[in-house]
Each structure stands twice: as structure tokens, then as C-alpha cells.
Design a protein around this ligand. Sequence first.
Ligand code: BGC
Length: 760
Amino acid sequence: MIKRIQQAHHFILAAFCTIAVFSANTQAEPSTKVNGVDIEQLLNSMSLKEKIGQLHLLDTGGATSAETIDGEIKEAIRQGAMGSFINVNSTEVANALQRIAVEEGPHKIPLIMARDVIHGYKTIFPIPLGQAATWNPSLIEKGSRISAIEASADGIRWTFAPMIDVSRDPRWGRIAESYGEDAYLNGIFAQAAVNGFQGKTLDDPTSLAACAKHFVGYSAVEGGRDYNTTYIPEPLMHNYYLPPFKDAIDSKVATVMAAFTDVNGIPATANHYLMQDVLRKELQFDGVLVSDWGAVDELVMHGYAKDSEHAAQLAMKAGIDIEMVSEDYVSFAEGLLYEGRISMQDIDTKVRRVLTLKAKLGLFKRPYADAAGKQDFVNAEYRQAAKLTAMESLVLLKNHDAILPLKTSQKIALIGPMADAAFDQMGTWALDGEKKYSVTVLDAFNDAFQDNPKALRYASAIPYSRSYEEEGFKAAIKAAKKSDVIVMIAGEEASLSGEAHSRADITLPGAQEKLIKALKGTGKPLVVVLMAGRQIALKNVIADIDSLIMAWHPGTMAGPAIADVVFGKFNPSGRLPVTWPKVSGQVPIYYNIKNTGRPAHSRPFTFMENFPLEAHQHTLGHATNYIDAGFEPQFPFGFGLSYSNVEYGQTKTNKAKFKRDETFEISNTVKNTGDKTVTETVQLYIRDITGTVTRPIQELKRFKRIELQPGEEKRVSFTLTKQDLKFFNRDVDLVFEAGTFHAWVAPHAMTKEHTVFEVL
Ligand code: BGC
């Protein structure tokens, strides 16, 4: 509900301030026209109330039709006290709100309709973590483009995506919404998503303003608990959390969202240093900065603002342009201005940015949405794109005895709670996805077995992923016994990841581990396909699983994508964008660790099962590891198998010593020794051996996806310059330091063979 601009004295002040506005603006900046709109002229003609209104973003209160729009909301628009809305998802509501703004509002300034269009609108693509597993930015761009076309048909012109919080912690539910643990990959995918959402020009009616979020370091929450505290030292902030934002800004992302979180003692929403010195000056962002949901007022809860008025002041001063759903700006900005706690310039700068965005989006010329686009929702082309992205996101992690691919001539038992989960296969943040469009694995397998339906037996065994009910085990085991092979579709329901859905224990929920053991007990080969919003700790069951595919939450086309991979119509090519832990306690776990003084891999290592009785501590080695889980992950970053076999030669550089201004060429030969055409993701990692701040043991610098025919060999080479070897030092200067480097052109991050080169 709209809080009135309550304090009586504010009404009296309004008149004063309006006069002040006009006099302050007699020195207006030179007129700048954006897409035909004279922003300065418009700004100068607006009352203070209207200006503050432009910074006001509210939820529509669940309006589903023009008639159900709240009367107070309508009145606020009429008075010019509203700038944008979140959670509009119908053309009717969008156009009804817009009509009031552009026909009855004081200056007929259009509204922007926003929505979280994260990995699809009606056609749901894999969750972003799955999209990242494709290592194929063109698919991410295409998916974002389709999402924008669909969403804009419902009047949406602003999405709160992409989320580019580099994520090292799968306990954190929002890892599902991220592009994984690597800053370079996040940057590549951020650019792809921004290009897709924003299209060729923002002015195109099918373009959405994208939003790079959450600035910054939200994923570093302690213990993976959502919204928790973060402490991020400057070199880590600059080398790891900020680069994807730089890439998004370089791709002209229209908006950025501030994180909810406390960063080094100051909540991001009020963090002047991060928002001004880093975001505006260092990263040169000149678009709209929006708060997260209610985050301005949460400054009080954080213990940083004394009250809501103070919260408005702090956020305004830090540089938040638009306040999302809390209403401290609209309630207190006038008073703060009168008291001199904020300046007219603070307000004007924000309003100028919002008006510029509206002009760039072409909303002044074309405020209304065209519902005609709805007829294309989930059309054949979009479904095909969603299927291809889902197929490429599938990561084959284990394939014992080459059980996969299966043949439809085999008898198959399809088991598991995610096999027919039309809703859950869409994953988190599929707000507008409708399960009626989903094709499940059961649907797709039924299709594949059309000519031989008796060969397919289906039993869910467990009704939903968290369930401990075991009544269904019996039917599942019976089906398994009558089959040649078991395909279990396991995992997590959509609601087990996403915002505020962190887990302390990331093993398979419910009775699923028990089911795996029971199925294994039948002696039949067991294929497990996981659908989940994060890596799942599999230590207890990995030995029981013969073949394993990670499918993430694949979206609308989960079934056909999984079927094509399982039955070998598509040779899997996905690669992990995260390191996969064996047990929850290994988290956070990531490939680009520091070496430490006692790296685990170079010291004697004894698991606790092998400790002699009454052993003295020093006999067991002193290295950085867990005595019960070791130091290695279940699967390394960048890992993924195929139905073929690819062999790598020796990584080579074109010289052993380079001058710093030379180009460094690093290459390897890659050969398909299998009998199927394969798409191989060749990865270049670098280690800088010594630095004035210690450097990670590996960093991904480049990758190339290449196709190899059976027997084909290719030389894959990468070129780097000293630019690629730079890092932020302790003084937060971006520096190149000469020295020795290691390089790997390799299939994943845990490849041992490397080459050494020097840069002088
Ligand atoms: C999330 C944002 C999201 C916003 C609007 C918040 O709870 O943190 O990522 O864009 O809600 O729905």
C-alpha cells in the first residue's frame, strides 16, 4: 500500500521546494535529447513530487486485470508519484497502468514495467547454472533474446537479470541463479545475457533493460546462509567479484542492482565507496542503480540507519537511484532536502538517469505493449532453442562400462521423483513458466518407446524429492528387476534452491539415497540423472551409480533433452561451471584456490581410516585437507565426459621466455580417439607462480569449443598478452608482474601436465 507523503510539514515544504526546484534549475545543464526526448527540459519542468515519484518502484499488489488495480496506486500515478512497477505480467495491467501515466500524469511520463525474467518467461530455459554448463555464450544470448521477446509481449521492459554473483558455495540457494564459480566465465555469460535481453537497441519494443546484480559480493554470504554478512578483502573483491560487473557494464547493461548484504561492515545499499568510487568512477557505470526489494528500509534492520528517514538519506547519498518497494524516498526525500541532508542535485542526477532509461527504451514514443506477441509464446522455434540449451547443459560425470548411451531396444525401468515433475523441472525463478508447457522425462521416454511400449516401465518410487515415503520402492524394484537397465531421475525440487533456500546439507534429500542403494541391490546397471539447483554431495552413493548425468533444472524441454542424451542422439558436451564437492563439509570448494604454505597435493596424506592407533599427529602430514574427505573434489571445475574419447598432448608455448609486450601463444593438440563426433571445450588455465599478493593455483583465461570428427586431431592455440596476466594488488592497482607462469591447455582444472614460461 502506498504510504502517503505523511508528515504534514512536508506538504507545506513541498511548495517551498517546488520553487527551489525551479530556481535551482535556471542554471540547467545544456539540453540533451535522448531518442527525441529533451531530458533536461523535462526535468526542469517537473515538480519535486514528480521527481521523487520517478524514483519510486512498487509492486502492483497482485493486480490481474485493469479492474483489480488498487485505487491508491492509480491515484499515485495520476499525481506523478510513481516511476515504475515490478511484477506486472499481463498486457492488460501494464497498458492500464501506462494509460493513466501517459494520459493523466502531470507530464505524461511513461512507467517502466519490471519483472524477474531470469531464465525464461513462458519458454523456460535451464537455470543459469545449467546455462553456464553449456560453456556456450551464443545459447545464453539466444535464450535471453527469446525471454525478452516473450516478456515484452506482456508489457515488461525491464528484467532483473543477469545475476553475476560469482558463487563458490552450493549451500547458498541462489547458486542456481548464478553462472558458477569463475569470474571470467561469469563475465562472458553476463555479456551474452545482456546482449540477448537488450537486443540490438533498447528502443526495440522487444528489448528489455537488463540488470546486473547484485552489486556486489552477495554470493560471499557466511556459511551460504542467504542475506548474511560478507567480508571481502579488496584484492579478492577486485580480482574476483567485480570483473563480471565490469564486463556487463562494458556491454552497456542499462541497470545495476545493489546487493541486500552487508559488505565489510556497510550494507551495499548505503555503501558510498562501492556505489560511487567503484561502480560509478572505476567501472564507469552511468545507468540506473536500483535497490533490492525493500533493501533501503532494511538499512534500519542492519543497524546502519537510525530510522527510515535516515535510511533514505544514506541510500540516496550512496547513489541508489530507484528504491524498490520500500517507500522511504517517497516518504522522506522532501524533508531531507529541506533539512539540507540531501541536495537537489542528488535528486536530479537520479531522475535524469531514470528519464534517460525511459527515453532509451522508447517508452515516450511507444508506451503500450502489443499483446499480439503472445501468440508466439512457447512456439516451436523457442522450444527447440530451449531443448538445445538443455541438451548442451547436461554434464556426463560418470559412465562406467560405457553403459550410456542406451538403446530403445533395451528394457528400461524409469524411476524417481523427478521423472515426471513438470513443475519442478523448471527450477527456481520460473515465475511465469507454466507446467502445462513442460515436457517431462516420462513424456519423452514414452515417446521414444512408442513402438515398443512394454519395454519401458515407470515407477516414481518416491512421490517428491524430499519425501521419506518408501511405499513406492517395491514397485520400483519390481520394474528394475524386469528391465535391462535402470534410469533414475533424482534430485531436488525447484523449491530447494533459489532465494532464501539455502541448505546446510547438500546431499540428496528424502529417501533418495536409500532408493539408490535399493536399486543397486537389484544388480542392474544404474544410470542416475540429477535435476538440481546446485551440486549434490554424493559420497554415500557415488560407488553405487554406474553412470551419472547432471541435468540441473533444465526447464520446459527437460524430457526431450535428457532423452536425446540418454539415447545417444546427442553426444553430451556440458562442462561443470563449479567444483563438485564430495561432502557438504568441503564447501566452499573452488578450483582457483591459493597454494598455501602446505598444499595438500604435495604432502603425504592419510585418510583417518588409515591412521594407526595412537598415532602422533606429526606422522600424518601437515597439509591443508580434511582427514575424512581429503582435498580433492568429487569432480573438478570444467569437467565433463562425452560418448567419445578425447586425448590431449603436451601444452606448449611458442617461446620459453617472452618480453612483456609480446604476444604469448599457448597451444596443445587435441585428438578424438573415439568413434563419435564430439564437441570438446578446450580450456586454458594460467598460474602466476609469485606475486606481490599471492596468486591462485590456476585461473581460467580462455576456452574454445571445437568439433572433432572420429580420429580427427586439431591444434588449439590461444594468444594472451600481459593484459591477461594482470591482477589487482594490495593497493588495488591493476598490475602486471614479470615472472614465471604455468599454463595448461586442458580438459578441466585438475589436469596435471603443464608447461612453464617466463615473462621478462
Ligand atoms: C531478489 C532480487 C530480485 C528482487 C525482485 C529480491 O528478493 O534478491 O534478485 O530481483 O527480489 O523480485
